[in-house]
Design a protein around this ligand. Structure first.
Ligand code: NAD
Length: 257
């Protein structure tokens, strides 16, 4: 399975799931464009490491996914965009009546509207090439809800709807669009929460992971960034040519409950 000759743009990819997706796409031979809102030497060094490790072209482009014009400029700067992965996302937890308005606006902009803008910029390129893949990173929270995460859950349900509409508008054009719905994924951000949770619940690592953090994940195992990357690569493979407008859960059984 080779993605040689394809160019992938992955938003929010200097850490966590986005970086895992970049690594698996590069392992499959795709040239990759990494992104976040920062413009540090280490961001560009990360792209150079990927290029070196996998023998592909890799570039880092800073763009703030809360800004419509920067979303569109990111795709245009890529020059080519055969694979678009909308992954950038943030979270805030508070009851609806106390939820700060600016947090609501930021989450909707970064987790949902950015995907509209990047997709709008990418589709003409994909149509010209006669092939394209849009992969939106939603969440188990794109299919189910939890209290205190109103903006995140609204955005993730929204991106599932956007994925379906994109799929219908592109049907029969060699372009597919799907949403991956991860459960809890072990990213550096999640790993960093474990010591605090251990202290708060007075539990050892294994117990806090299984009983607190993975309470809703029946497998009692985190998904990994490699698995989300592998699912993305699968969606870019010929086996997935007729998979469009749907969701793929990578959640250890969360949404089967
Ligand atoms: P993370 O914080 O490691 O990654 C988020 C990425 O988005 C980072 O690269 C960050 O720099 C970038 N980002 C944030 N604001 C941005 C902005 N304004 N412009 C550009 N980039 C921006 O977190 P993660 O866990 O890897 O999350 C990645 C995606 O996966 C998110 O959409 C998240 O909702 C989703 N997700 C995560 C989990 C999980 O358990 N970790 C589960 C389900 C879904």
């Amino acid at each position: 399975m080779t993605l040689a000759g394809k160019t992938a743009v992955v938003t929010g990819s200097n850490s966590g799931i986005g970086l895992g997706i970049v690594r698996e796409l590069a392992r499959a031979g795709a040239d990759v464009l990494l992104n976040s809102f920062t413009d540090r030497d280490e961001d560009h060094a990360l792209a150079a490491e990927i290029a070196q490790e996998f023998g592909v072209e890799a570039r880092y482009v800073a763009a703030d996914m809360s800004k419509a014009d920067q979303c569109r400029a990111l795709v245009e700067q890529a020059g080519a965009c055969d694979i678009l992965v909308n992954n950038a996302g943030i979270q805030h937890v508070a009851p609806i009546d106390e939820f700060p308005q600016e947090k609501w606006d930021a989450i909707i902009a970064i987790n949902l509207s950015s995907a509209f803008h990047t997709t709008a910029a990418a589709l003409p390129m994909m149509r010209k090439a006669g092939w394209g893949r849009v992969v939106n990173i939603a969440s188990a929270h794109g299919l189910t809800a939890s209290p205190y995460k109103s903006a995140y859950i609204a955005a993730k349900h929204g991106i599932v709807g956007l994925s379906k509409t994109t799929a219908l508008e592109c049907a029969g054009q060699g372009i597919t669009c799907n949403a991956i719905c991860p459960g809890y994924v072990l990213t550096p951000l999640v790993e960093a929460q474990i010591p605090d949770q251990m202290k708060a619940h007075n539990m050892d690592r294994d117990t806090v992971v299984k009983e607190v953090m993975l309470q809703r994940q029946p497998s009692k195992e985190f998904a990994t960034t490699e698995q989300i990357g592998g699912t993305t690569v699968f969606l870019c493979s010929p086996a997935a040519d007729q998979i469009t407008g749907t969701t793929i859960s990578v959640d250890g059984g969360w949404t089967a409950l």
